[in-house]
Design a protein around this ligand. Sequence first.
Ligand SMILES: Cc1cc2nc3c(=O)[nH]c(=O)nc-3n(C[C@H](O)[C@H](O)[C@H](O)COP(=O)(O)O)c2cc1C
Ligand code: SF4
Length: 481
Amino acid sequence: MSTGKYKPQYPRIAQLKTAENLRDHLAKEGIILDFDEELKTGKNSPFTKAHTTRAGNKIGNAFCILPMEGWDGTTDGKPTELTRRRWKNFAISGAKLLWGCEAVAVQPDGRANPNQLMINDKNLRDFEALYQMVEREHQNAFGNSEDLLTGLQLTHSGRFCKPESKTKMAPKILYSHPVLNKKFGLVEDYPLMTDGEISELIDSYVAAAVRAQKTGYKFVDIKHCHGYLGHEFLSAYEREGRYGKSIENRTRFIREIVSGIRTEAPGLEIGVRMSIFDWVPFKQGEDGKGIPAAESPYSFAFGGNESGIGENLNESFEFLKELEKLDIELLCTTAGSPYYNPHIQRPALFPPSDGYMPPEDPLHGVARQIEAVAKVKKAFPNFYTVGSAYSYLQEWLPSVAQNVLESGKADSIGLGRMVLSYPELPADVLAGEPMKRGKICRTFSDCTTAPRNGMISGCFPLDPFYKKMEIHETLKTIKAS
Ligand SMILES: Cc1cc2nc3c(=O)[nH]c(=O)nc-3n(C[C@H](O)[C@H](O)[C@H](O)COP(=O)(O)O)c2cc1C
Ligand code: SF4
Protein backbone atom coordinates (compact mmCIF):
# COMPACT_ATOMS: atom_id res chain seq x y z
CA MET A 1 0.00 0.00 0.00
CA SER A 2 1.03 3.64 -0.44
CA THR A 3 2.16 5.52 2.67
CA GLY A 4 2.01 8.96 1.00
CA LYS A 5 -1.45 10.00 2.21
CA TYR A 6 -1.50 7.63 5.11
CA LYS A 7 -2.63 8.99 8.46
CA PRO A 8 -1.34 6.91 11.37
CA GLN A 9 -4.03 5.56 13.67
CA TYR A 10 -1.94 5.30 16.80
CA PRO A 11 -0.21 8.02 18.82
CA ARG A 12 3.30 8.79 17.65
CA ILE A 13 6.01 7.96 20.15
CA ALA A 14 7.22 11.58 20.07
CA GLN A 15 3.83 12.53 21.55
CA LEU A 16 4.46 10.33 24.58
CA LYS A 17 6.78 12.87 26.12
CA THR A 18 6.73 11.97 29.78
CA ALA A 19 6.95 8.70 31.67
CA GLU A 20 3.38 9.30 32.76
CA ASN A 21 2.23 9.71 29.14
CA LEU A 22 3.91 6.45 28.19
CA ARG A 23 2.60 4.59 31.22
CA ASP A 24 -0.96 5.79 30.59
CA HIS A 25 -0.78 4.83 26.94
CA LEU A 26 0.57 1.36 27.71
CA ALA A 27 -2.15 0.82 30.30
CA LYS A 28 -4.84 1.96 27.86
CA GLU A 29 -3.54 -0.41 25.18
CA GLY A 30 -3.03 -3.27 27.66
CA ILE A 31 0.66 -3.50 26.76
CA ILE A 32 3.08 -4.82 29.36
CA LEU A 33 6.37 -3.03 28.75
CA ASP A 34 8.60 -2.08 31.65
CA PHE A 35 10.97 0.86 31.40
CA ASP A 36 13.34 2.81 33.64
CA GLU A 37 12.70 6.49 34.17
CA GLU A 38 16.35 7.23 34.97
CA LEU A 39 19.20 6.13 32.78
CA LYS A 40 22.29 4.94 34.57
CA THR A 41 25.66 6.25 33.51
CA GLY A 42 29.25 5.08 33.46
CA LYS A 43 30.07 1.66 34.84
CA ASN A 44 26.65 1.41 36.48
CA SER A 45 24.99 1.33 33.11
CA PRO A 46 24.06 -2.22 32.04
CA PHE A 47 24.88 -1.18 28.46
CA THR A 48 28.58 -1.29 29.39
CA LYS A 49 28.46 -4.95 30.44
CA ALA A 50 31.08 -7.00 28.59
CA HIS A 51 31.02 -10.72 27.87
CA THR A 52 33.53 -13.33 26.77
CA THR A 53 32.03 -16.25 24.88
CA ARG A 54 32.95 -19.86 25.69
CA ALA A 55 34.93 -19.82 22.44
CA GLY A 56 36.98 -16.95 23.86
CA ASN A 57 35.58 -14.05 21.80
CA LYS A 58 35.16 -10.76 23.62
CA ILE A 59 32.11 -8.53 23.33
CA GLY A 60 32.83 -5.16 24.96
CA ASN A 61 29.28 -3.97 25.68
CA ALA A 62 25.61 -4.87 25.47
CA PHE A 63 24.75 -3.20 22.15
CA CYS A 64 24.53 -5.25 18.97
CA ILE A 65 24.05 -4.09 15.40
CA LEU A 66 21.56 -6.34 13.65
CA PRO A 67 22.29 -7.49 10.10
CA MET A 68 20.90 -5.17 7.44
CA GLU A 69 21.44 -5.55 3.75
CA GLY A 70 21.27 -2.71 1.28
CA TRP A 71 20.47 -4.39 -2.04
CA ASP A 72 23.58 -2.58 -3.19
CA GLY A 73 26.28 -5.14 -4.02
CA THR A 74 27.56 -5.78 -7.54
CA THR A 75 25.84 -8.48 -9.56
CA ASP A 76 28.78 -10.78 -8.89
CA GLY A 77 28.24 -10.37 -5.13
CA LYS A 78 30.96 -7.87 -4.22
CA PRO A 79 30.44 -4.90 -1.90
CA THR A 80 30.16 -1.40 -3.35
CA GLU A 81 30.90 2.03 -1.84
CA LEU A 82 27.34 2.02 -0.45
CA THR A 83 27.93 -1.33 1.25
CA ARG A 84 31.19 -0.09 2.72
CA ARG A 85 29.53 3.09 3.99
CA ARG A 86 26.86 1.08 5.79
CA TRP A 87 29.38 -1.30 7.36
CA LYS A 88 31.55 1.65 8.38
CA ASN A 89 28.54 3.13 10.17
CA PHE A 90 28.06 -0.18 11.98
CA ALA A 91 31.74 -0.11 12.96
CA ILE A 92 31.64 3.40 14.41
CA SER A 93 28.28 2.98 16.14
CA GLY A 94 29.87 2.08 19.46
CA ALA A 95 28.23 -1.36 19.57
CA LYS A 96 30.68 -4.18 20.28
CA LEU A 97 28.78 -6.98 18.56
CA LEU A 98 28.14 -6.78 14.82
CA TRP A 99 25.73 -9.63 14.25
CA GLY A 100 26.54 -10.77 10.74
CA CYS A 101 26.52 -7.26 9.18
CA GLU A 102 24.14 -8.38 6.45
CA ALA A 103 22.75 -11.45 4.74
CA VAL A 104 25.42 -12.97 2.49
CA ALA A 105 24.45 -15.71 0.02
CA VAL A 106 26.38 -18.98 0.13
CA GLN A 107 25.60 -19.82 -3.50
CA PRO A 108 24.29 -17.85 -6.52
CA ASP A 109 20.79 -19.34 -6.72
CA GLY A 110 20.21 -18.49 -3.05
CA ARG A 111 20.34 -14.72 -3.50
CA ALA A 112 17.32 -12.70 -2.43
CA ASN A 113 18.13 -10.14 -5.14
CA PRO A 114 20.75 -9.80 -7.88
CA ASN A 115 22.67 -7.32 -5.72
CA GLN A 116 23.00 -9.45 -2.62
CA LEU A 117 26.54 -10.07 -1.39
CA MET A 118 27.93 -13.54 -2.06
CA ILE A 119 30.97 -15.12 -0.47
CA ASN A 120 32.93 -17.21 -2.99
CA ASP A 121 36.55 -17.63 -4.00
CA LYS A 122 36.44 -14.70 -6.42
CA ASN A 123 35.20 -12.32 -3.70
CA LEU A 124 37.53 -13.38 -0.89
CA ARG A 125 39.70 -10.26 -1.04
CA ASP A 126 36.63 -8.03 -0.92
CA PHE A 127 35.30 -9.75 2.19
CA GLU A 128 38.70 -9.55 3.80
CA ALA A 129 38.92 -5.84 3.01
CA LEU A 130 35.45 -5.29 4.50
CA TYR A 131 36.44 -7.03 7.71
CA GLN A 132 39.66 -5.06 7.98
CA MET A 133 37.87 -1.78 7.29
CA VAL A 134 35.43 -2.52 10.12
CA GLU A 135 38.28 -3.28 12.53
CA ARG A 136 40.23 -0.18 11.48
CA GLU A 137 37.27 2.21 11.68
CA HIS A 138 36.24 0.87 15.07
CA GLN A 139 39.79 1.14 16.34
CA ASN A 140 40.09 4.72 15.06
CA ALA A 141 36.85 5.69 16.72
CA PHE A 142 37.26 3.89 20.05
CA GLY A 143 40.98 3.12 20.35
CA ASN A 144 40.50 -0.62 20.61
CA SER A 145 38.90 -3.34 18.53
CA GLU A 146 39.93 -6.35 20.62
CA ASP A 147 36.50 -6.47 22.21
CA LEU A 148 34.60 -5.97 18.97
CA LEU A 149 33.04 -9.20 17.73
CA THR A 150 32.16 -9.19 14.03
CA GLY A 151 30.45 -12.09 12.29
CA LEU A 152 29.01 -12.82 8.88
CA GLN A 153 25.40 -13.84 8.29
CA LEU A 154 25.21 -16.78 5.88
CA THR A 155 21.98 -17.34 4.03
CA HIS A 156 19.99 -18.99 1.29
CA SER A 157 16.80 -17.05 0.58
CA GLY A 158 14.71 -20.11 -0.28
CA ARG A 159 11.15 -19.10 -1.10
CA PHE A 160 12.19 -15.47 -1.64
CA CYS A 161 15.06 -15.97 -4.12
CA LYS A 162 15.40 -13.47 -6.96
CA PRO A 163 18.97 -14.17 -8.02
CA GLU A 164 18.96 -12.88 -11.60
CA SER A 165 16.37 -10.14 -11.82
CA LYS A 166 14.75 -7.75 -9.37
CA THR A 167 11.35 -8.64 -10.78
CA LYS A 168 11.65 -12.37 -11.38
CA MET A 169 11.31 -14.72 -8.45
CA ALA A 170 13.13 -18.06 -8.64
CA PRO A 171 12.00 -19.71 -5.41
CA LYS A 172 13.57 -22.79 -3.86
CA ILE A 173 11.05 -24.33 -1.53
CA LEU A 174 10.94 -27.24 0.88
CA TYR A 175 7.20 -27.80 0.90
CA SER A 176 4.08 -26.47 -0.73
CA HIS A 177 2.69 -23.75 1.54
CA PRO A 178 -1.08 -23.23 1.29
CA VAL A 179 -0.89 -19.43 1.62
CA LEU A 180 2.62 -18.46 0.52
CA ASN A 181 2.59 -20.52 -2.69
CA LYS A 182 -0.52 -18.60 -3.77
CA LYS A 183 0.73 -15.22 -2.54
CA PHE A 184 3.90 -15.52 -4.60
CA GLY A 185 2.28 -17.12 -7.65
CA LEU A 186 3.57 -20.68 -7.27
CA VAL A 187 1.49 -23.60 -8.48
CA GLU A 188 0.64 -26.15 -5.83
CA ASP A 189 3.01 -28.73 -7.31
CA TYR A 190 5.91 -26.29 -7.78
CA PRO A 191 9.02 -28.52 -7.56
CA LEU A 192 10.56 -28.96 -4.12
CA MET A 193 14.27 -28.90 -3.37
CA THR A 194 15.48 -32.47 -3.32
CA ASP A 195 17.41 -34.00 -0.40
CA GLY A 196 20.37 -34.19 -2.79
CA GLU A 197 20.20 -30.43 -3.48
CA ILE A 198 20.01 -29.83 0.26
CA SER A 199 23.19 -31.89 0.81
CA GLU A 200 24.98 -29.78 -1.82
CA LEU A 201 23.72 -26.61 -0.17
CA ILE A 202 25.06 -27.78 3.20
CA ASP A 203 28.47 -28.13 1.53
CA SER A 204 28.10 -24.54 0.27
CA TYR A 205 27.40 -23.31 3.81
CA VAL A 206 30.48 -25.09 5.11
CA ALA A 207 32.64 -23.72 2.28
CA ALA A 208 31.27 -20.22 2.95
CA ALA A 209 32.10 -20.56 6.66
CA VAL A 210 35.65 -21.63 5.81
CA ARG A 211 35.99 -18.51 3.61
CA ALA A 212 34.55 -16.30 6.34
CA GLN A 213 37.11 -17.62 8.80
CA LYS A 214 39.95 -17.14 6.31
CA THR A 215 38.97 -13.54 5.75
CA GLY A 216 38.87 -12.66 9.46
CA TYR A 217 35.27 -13.05 10.65
CA LYS A 218 35.09 -14.48 14.16
CA PHE A 219 31.71 -16.14 13.80
CA VAL A 220 29.13 -17.07 11.22
CA ASP A 221 25.39 -16.89 11.71
CA ILE A 222 23.47 -19.77 10.19
CA LYS A 223 20.34 -17.74 9.53
CA HIS A 224 17.05 -19.41 10.62
CA CYS A 225 14.61 -16.54 10.39
CA HIS A 226 12.21 -14.39 8.36
CA GLY A 227 10.84 -17.18 6.16
CA TYR A 228 14.12 -17.81 4.36
CA LEU A 229 15.30 -21.35 3.75
CA GLY A 230 16.84 -22.07 7.19
CA HIS A 231 13.59 -20.97 8.82
CA GLU A 232 11.46 -22.98 6.36
CA PHE A 233 13.14 -26.22 7.47
CA LEU A 234 11.68 -25.71 10.94
CA SER A 235 8.09 -25.75 9.64
CA ALA A 236 8.58 -28.52 7.05
CA TYR A 237 5.97 -30.62 8.91
CA GLU A 238 4.63 -32.16 5.71
CA ARG A 239 7.90 -32.74 3.82
CA GLU A 240 8.86 -36.34 3.10
CA GLY A 241 12.42 -37.59 3.52
CA ARG A 242 15.38 -36.75 5.74
CA TYR A 243 14.51 -33.09 6.36
CA GLY A 244 10.79 -33.15 7.08
CA LYS A 245 8.07 -34.19 9.53
CA SER A 246 9.77 -35.00 12.88
CA ILE A 247 11.62 -32.30 14.82
CA GLU A 248 14.68 -34.54 14.52
CA ASN A 249 14.46 -34.28 10.71
CA ARG A 250 13.52 -30.58 10.64
CA THR A 251 16.64 -29.69 12.64
CA ARG A 252 18.97 -31.92 10.59
CA PHE A 253 19.97 -28.98 8.38
CA ILE A 254 21.57 -27.02 11.23
CA ARG A 255 23.20 -30.16 12.68
CA GLU A 256 24.82 -31.10 9.38
CA ILE A 257 26.07 -27.56 8.74
CA VAL A 258 27.51 -27.25 12.25
CA SER A 259 29.19 -30.64 11.99
CA GLY A 260 30.80 -29.63 8.68
CA ILE A 261 31.99 -26.28 10.05
CA ARG A 262 33.44 -27.83 13.20
CA THR A 263 35.51 -30.15 11.00
CA GLU A 264 36.49 -27.71 8.24
CA ALA A 265 36.79 -24.45 10.18
CA PRO A 266 37.77 -25.39 13.75
CA GLY A 267 37.82 -22.37 16.07
CA LEU A 268 35.20 -20.47 14.09
CA GLU A 269 32.33 -19.57 16.43
CA ILE A 270 28.80 -20.30 15.21
CA GLY A 271 25.67 -18.29 15.99
CA VAL A 272 22.04 -18.61 14.97
CA ARG A 273 19.54 -15.87 14.24
CA MET A 274 16.10 -17.36 14.58
CA SER A 275 12.49 -16.26 14.35
CA ILE A 276 11.55 -17.50 17.79
CA PHE A 277 7.90 -17.35 16.82
CA ASP A 278 5.94 -16.95 13.64
CA TRP A 279 2.34 -16.13 12.77
CA VAL A 280 0.05 -16.67 9.83
CA PRO A 281 0.76 -14.48 6.76
CA PHE A 282 -1.18 -11.21 6.79
CA LYS A 283 -2.85 -9.31 3.96
CA GLN A 284 -4.63 -5.98 3.60
CA GLY A 285 -8.19 -5.98 4.86
CA GLU A 286 -10.93 -3.79 3.36
CA ASP A 287 -9.94 -0.82 5.49
CA GLY A 288 -6.25 -1.29 4.60
CA LYS A 289 -5.37 -2.77 7.99
CA GLY A 290 -3.61 -6.12 8.13
CA ILE A 291 -5.75 -9.20 8.65
CA PRO A 292 -4.80 -12.90 8.68
CA ALA A 293 -4.61 -14.34 5.16
CA ALA A 294 -5.75 -17.79 6.31
CA GLU A 295 -8.30 -19.05 8.76
CA SER A 296 -7.42 -20.98 11.88
CA PRO A 297 -6.39 -23.67 12.55
CA TYR A 298 -3.13 -22.64 10.92
CA SER A 299 -0.36 -25.19 11.31
CA PHE A 300 2.72 -23.72 9.60
CA ALA A 301 3.84 -21.14 12.15
CA PHE A 302 6.98 -22.40 13.85
CA GLY A 303 6.76 -21.15 17.44
CA GLY A 304 3.14 -20.15 16.86
CA ASN A 305 -0.15 -21.62 18.00
CA GLU A 306 -3.02 -22.82 15.82
CA SER A 307 -4.85 -19.50 15.97
CA GLY A 308 -2.12 -18.15 13.68
CA ILE A 309 -1.91 -15.03 15.81
CA GLY A 310 -0.32 -16.27 19.01
CA GLU A 311 2.81 -17.92 20.30
CA ASN A 312 3.55 -21.46 21.39
CA LEU A 313 7.26 -21.67 22.06
CA ASN A 314 7.39 -25.45 22.71
CA GLU A 315 9.03 -26.27 19.39
CA SER A 316 11.24 -23.19 19.51
CA PHE A 317 12.53 -24.58 22.79
CA GLU A 318 13.15 -27.97 21.10
CA PHE A 319 15.25 -26.21 18.47
CA LEU A 320 17.13 -24.30 21.19
CA LYS A 321 17.87 -27.59 22.96
CA GLU A 322 19.46 -28.79 19.70
CA LEU A 323 21.54 -25.61 19.53
CA GLU A 324 22.68 -26.16 23.11
CA LYS A 325 23.73 -29.70 22.27
CA LEU A 326 25.73 -28.23 19.37
CA ASP A 327 27.50 -25.95 21.89
CA ILE A 328 26.18 -22.80 20.22
CA GLU A 329 26.19 -19.81 22.54
CA LEU A 330 25.38 -16.84 20.29
CA LEU A 331 21.64 -16.47 19.71
CA CYS A 332 20.01 -13.55 17.95
CA THR A 333 16.25 -13.50 18.24
CA THR A 334 13.66 -12.06 15.88
CA ALA A 335 10.14 -13.04 14.79
CA GLY A 336 8.00 -13.69 11.74
CA SER A 337 8.95 -12.44 8.30
CA PRO A 338 9.20 -9.05 6.58
CA TYR A 339 7.47 -10.58 3.53
CA TYR A 340 4.29 -11.90 5.06
CA ASN A 341 3.77 -10.47 8.55
CA PRO A 342 6.05 -7.41 8.87
CA HIS A 343 4.14 -5.90 11.79
CA ILE A 344 5.35 -8.67 14.13
CA GLN A 345 8.88 -8.60 12.68
CA ARG A 346 9.70 -4.87 12.45
CA PRO A 347 6.94 -2.89 14.17
CA ALA A 348 6.34 0.37 12.28
CA LEU A 349 3.79 3.18 12.25
CA PHE A 350 4.13 3.58 8.47
CA PRO A 351 3.92 0.34 6.47
CA PRO A 352 6.18 -0.53 3.53
CA SER A 353 4.61 -0.29 0.05
CA ASP A 354 3.87 -4.03 -0.11
CA GLY A 355 2.50 -4.13 3.44
CA TYR A 356 -0.70 -3.17 5.24
CA MET A 357 -1.71 -0.64 7.86
CA PRO A 358 -0.66 -1.86 11.29
CA PRO A 359 -3.49 -3.88 12.82
CA GLU A 360 -2.28 -2.96 16.31
CA ASP A 361 -0.30 -0.23 18.02
CA PRO A 362 3.27 -1.13 17.00
CA LEU A 363 4.26 -1.09 20.69
CA HIS A 364 2.45 -4.43 20.95
CA GLY A 365 4.96 -5.82 18.44
CA VAL A 366 7.89 -4.52 20.47
CA ALA A 367 6.51 -5.88 23.74
CA ARG A 368 5.68 -9.26 22.17
CA GLN A 369 9.28 -9.84 21.09
CA ILE A 370 10.66 -8.67 24.44
CA GLU A 371 8.34 -11.04 26.32
CA ALA A 372 9.17 -14.02 24.10
CA VAL A 373 12.91 -13.37 24.39
CA ALA A 374 12.56 -13.13 28.19
CA LYS A 375 10.98 -16.60 28.18
CA VAL A 376 13.84 -17.93 26.05
CA LYS A 377 16.44 -16.34 28.33
CA LYS A 378 14.76 -17.76 31.43
CA ALA A 379 14.60 -21.28 30.02
CA PHE A 380 18.06 -21.14 28.39
CA PRO A 381 20.27 -18.87 30.49
CA ASN A 382 23.45 -20.11 28.82
CA PHE A 383 22.79 -18.48 25.47
CA TYR A 384 24.17 -15.01 24.92
CA THR A 385 20.84 -13.69 23.75
CA VAL A 386 20.34 -10.65 21.54
CA GLY A 387 16.89 -9.05 21.27
CA SER A 388 15.48 -7.25 18.22
CA ALA A 389 12.68 -4.85 17.24
CA TYR A 390 13.60 -2.01 19.59
CA SER A 391 13.72 0.75 16.94
CA TYR A 392 10.02 1.58 17.21
CA LEU A 393 10.61 2.70 20.81
CA GLN A 394 12.42 5.78 19.50
CA GLU A 395 12.95 8.24 22.43
CA TRP A 396 12.08 5.45 24.86
CA LEU A 397 14.56 2.94 23.45
CA PRO A 398 17.29 3.44 26.09
CA SER A 399 14.76 3.38 28.96
CA VAL A 400 13.15 0.12 27.88
CA ALA A 401 16.45 -1.46 26.85
CA GLN A 402 18.09 -0.66 30.18
CA ASN A 403 15.20 -2.30 32.00
CA VAL A 404 15.45 -5.39 29.76
CA LEU A 405 19.17 -5.77 30.47
CA GLU A 406 18.88 -5.16 34.20
CA SER A 407 16.05 -7.62 34.61
CA GLY A 408 17.98 -10.28 32.69
CA LYS A 409 15.44 -10.53 29.87
CA ALA A 410 18.21 -10.40 27.23
CA ASP A 411 21.98 -10.00 27.20
CA SER A 412 22.29 -7.55 24.36
CA ILE A 413 20.11 -4.97 22.65
CA GLY A 414 20.02 -5.43 18.89
CA LEU A 415 19.52 -2.34 16.76
CA GLY A 416 18.28 -2.40 13.19
CA ARG A 417 16.60 0.58 11.53
CA MET A 418 17.69 2.97 14.27
CA VAL A 419 21.33 2.70 13.20
CA LEU A 420 20.44 3.42 9.56
CA SER A 421 19.13 6.84 10.60
CA TYR A 422 21.25 7.34 13.73
CA PRO A 423 24.44 5.26 13.54
CA GLU A 424 26.08 6.66 16.68
CA LEU A 425 23.12 5.98 18.97
CA PRO A 426 24.96 3.30 21.02
CA ALA A 427 27.96 5.59 21.52
CA ASP A 428 25.68 8.43 22.67
CA VAL A 429 23.82 6.22 25.15
CA LEU A 430 27.08 4.79 26.49
CA ALA A 431 28.46 8.31 26.93
CA GLY A 432 25.32 9.41 28.78
CA GLU A 433 24.50 11.90 26.00
CA PRO A 434 20.89 12.79 25.21
CA MET A 435 19.52 11.31 21.97
CA LYS A 436 19.74 13.48 18.86
CA ARG A 437 16.04 13.89 18.06
CA GLY A 438 16.49 14.73 14.39
CA LYS A 439 18.19 11.40 13.77
CA ILE A 440 15.68 9.13 15.48
CA CYS A 441 14.14 6.55 13.14
CA ARG A 442 10.40 7.24 12.88
CA THR A 443 9.67 3.92 11.16
CA PHE A 444 8.68 5.48 7.84
CA SER A 445 9.68 2.15 6.18
CA ASP A 446 11.39 3.81 3.18
CA CYS A 447 14.36 1.50 3.77
CA THR A 448 12.00 -1.40 2.99
CA THR A 449 9.79 0.30 0.38
CA ALA A 450 12.80 1.24 -1.78
CA PRO A 451 14.11 -2.32 -2.28
CA ARG A 452 10.57 -3.64 -2.69
CA ASN A 453 10.46 -1.35 -5.74
CA GLY A 454 13.81 -2.42 -7.17
CA MET A 455 15.95 0.29 -5.56
CA ILE A 456 18.81 0.28 -3.08
CA SER A 457 17.96 0.53 0.62
CA GLY A 458 18.89 3.37 2.95
CA CYS A 459 17.34 5.89 5.27
CA PHE A 460 16.06 8.30 2.61
CA PRO A 461 14.03 10.54 4.93
CA LEU A 462 16.70 11.15 7.58
CA ASP A 463 20.20 10.32 6.37
CA PRO A 464 21.44 13.37 4.39
CA PHE A 465 23.53 11.05 2.19
CA TYR A 466 20.42 9.24 0.90
CA LYS A 467 18.09 12.21 1.22
CA LYS A 468 19.78 14.04 -1.63
CA MET A 469 19.75 11.08 -4.04
CA GLU A 470 17.60 11.30 -7.14
CA ILE A 471 15.89 8.03 -6.27
CA HIS A 472 14.56 9.70 -3.13
CA GLU A 473 12.27 11.66 -5.47
CA THR A 474 11.22 8.45 -7.24
CA LEU A 475 10.44 6.96 -3.85
CA LYS A 476 8.30 9.96 -2.90
CA THR A 477 6.34 9.54 -6.14
CA ILE A 478 5.80 5.84 -5.44
CA LYS A 479 4.57 6.63 -1.95
CA ALA A 480 2.24 9.37 -3.12
CA SER A 481 0.73 7.36 -5.97
C1 LIG B 1 16.70 -2.37 5.33
C2 LIG B 1 16.70 -3.60 6.18
C3 LIG B 1 17.51 -4.67 5.83
C4 LIG B 1 17.52 -5.83 6.64
N1 LIG B 1 18.35 -6.86 6.30
C5 LIG B 1 18.42 -7.94 7.12
C6 LIG B 1 19.38 -8.96 6.87
O1 LIG B 1 20.17 -8.89 5.93
N2 LIG B 1 19.39 -10.03 7.71
C7 LIG B 1 18.53 -10.12 8.79
O2 LIG B 1 18.59 -11.11 9.53
N3 LIG B 1 17.64 -9.14 9.07
C8 LIG B 1 17.59 -8.05 8.27
N4 LIG B 1 16.74 -7.03 8.59
C9 LIG B 1 15.94 -7.10 9.85
C10 LIG B 1 16.67 -6.38 10.99
O3 LIG B 1 17.87 -7.05 11.30
C11 LIG B 1 15.80 -6.29 12.27
O4 LIG B 1 15.43 -7.56 12.68
C12 LIG B 1 14.53 -5.47 12.07
O5 LIG B 1 14.79 -4.28 11.37
C13 LIG B 1 13.89 -5.15 13.44
O6 LIG B 1 14.77 -4.43 14.26
P1 LIG B 1 14.59 -2.83 14.43
O7 LIG B 1 13.26 -2.62 15.07
O8 LIG B 1 15.73 -2.37 15.28
O9 LIG B 1 14.64 -2.24 13.06
C14 LIG B 1 16.71 -5.88 7.80
C15 LIG B 1 15.90 -4.79 8.13
C16 LIG B 1 15.90 -3.66 7.34
C17 LIG B 1 15.04 -2.49 7.76
S1 SF4 C 1 13.81 4.84 6.22
FE1 SF4 C 1 14.86 5.69 8.01
S2 SF4 C 1 13.27 6.49 9.34
FE2 SF4 C 1 12.32 5.12 7.85
S3 SF4 C 1 12.25 3.13 8.85
FE3 SF4 C 1 14.08 3.16 7.64
S4 SF4 C 1 15.66 3.88 9.05
FE4 SF4 C 1 13.71 4.41 9.95
